[in-house]
Ligand binder design. Structure first.
Ligand SMILES: [Zn+2]
Length: 305
């Protein structure tokens, strides 16, 4: 049985103590049966305290936290659950300073928690290629105010330089998922391989008239809108979905993370795309979705190494 809740106060009532959190995590992770995080064996013995388990094959003892982002953490699961609730429900993301105050941990701890949580959302499975009608577009993050005027899409390639700002390529299936990735150059050579591995060939692809997209017609049914002449919608040809996603992202980035460095841009993008792609879930469902995918021992090890 999994607990259901749809608000923070309900969640706190349901998870009154640490054992309730452990039981919940256990139910979610082992919904298809218990398994050993060390060797994968399904021969698992449970100790009567409901906290410790032992593998019948490799003989190792473990808790339900082993192999998850919560492993080796001294922070209570209750605090982790609250943090997950906060970051998955706040559309604009949450700063480590705010999280630190909300759950009473140091800012350093909050920062580390946020990074673990971002890592978990990053490894979530949105791996299915996009298909149907897919809108593709770039946006730019950072840069000085005087440069921002220049990257309004005036003429062709103008303003797509990444000298003073960071570029992000986004692809969104209408009615489906968003995928986004930072790119170092806004050109065909950089963007085409990313698009090819993200969007199923044969899909209807909508972009603006930027020359970097000109080779798309080889693999896709490519349609474009000519922003430079003031054209934004032509029948079903438009890029309003991706533009809408960018404006949400920018309000978040600018509003919360005043200085964003290249190193963290992809983390923020993952954070954002996770929320965007689970927008049909309510707050409680999103927390449970997140918890049920918090595993992955090897990938977690990679993060902390
Ligand atoms: Zn084992």
């Amino acid at each position: 049985m999994s607990f259901q809740f749809s608000s923070l106060i309900e969640m706190l009532e349901v998870f009154g103590d640490e054992q309730a959190c452990i039981d919940h995590l256990t139910n979610l992770r082992w919904r298809d049966g218990a398994y050993c995080p060390h060797c994968g064996s399904a021969k698992v013995y449970h100790f009567s305290n409901n906290r410790a388990h032992k593998c019948g094959d490799c003989r190792k003892r473990f808790s339900i936290k082993v192999g998850t982002i919560f492993e080796d953490s001294k922070i209570s699961l209750k605090k982790w659950f609250i943090a997950i609730y906060l970051i998955t429900s706040h559309k604009k993301g949450i700063a480590s300073t705010q999280l630190a105050k909300d759950i009473k941990v140091t800012q350093k701890t909050a920062w580390f928690m946020l990074h673990r949580l971002r890592f978990a959302s990053q490894s979530r499975s949105f791996n299915k290629p996009l298909n149907g009608t897919v809108e593709i577009g770039e946006t730019f993050v950072g840069g000085k105010e005087k440069n921002k005027l220049a990257h309004k899409r005036q003429k062709g390639t103008q303003g797509r330089s990444t000298k003073t700002k960071m570029a992000v390529l986004g692809m969104v299936e209408r009615g489906g998922n968003l995928k986004a990735k930072s790119i170092t150059k806004v050109d065909t050579g950089t963007m085409m391989p990313i698009i090819s591995e993200t969007v199923e060939s044969g899909s209807d692809v909508m972009t603006d008239e930027f020359g970097g997209y000109r080779n798309l017609s080889a693999d896709y049914n490519h349609r474009y809108i000519t922003h430079s002449v003031g054209e934004y919608v032509n029948g079903n040809i438009h890029t309003n979905t991706i533009e809408g996603a960018w404006s949400l992202f920018k309000r978040g980035v600018v509003g919360i993370h005043h200085h964003i460095c290249r190193k963290h841009l992809d983390h923020y993008l993952n954070d954002f795309t996770y929320r965007y792609n689970t927008r049909h879930l309510n707050e409680g469902e999103r927390v449970n979705d997140f918890l049920s995918g918090c595993g992955g021992r090897l990938t977690y090890r990679k993060l902390v190494s």
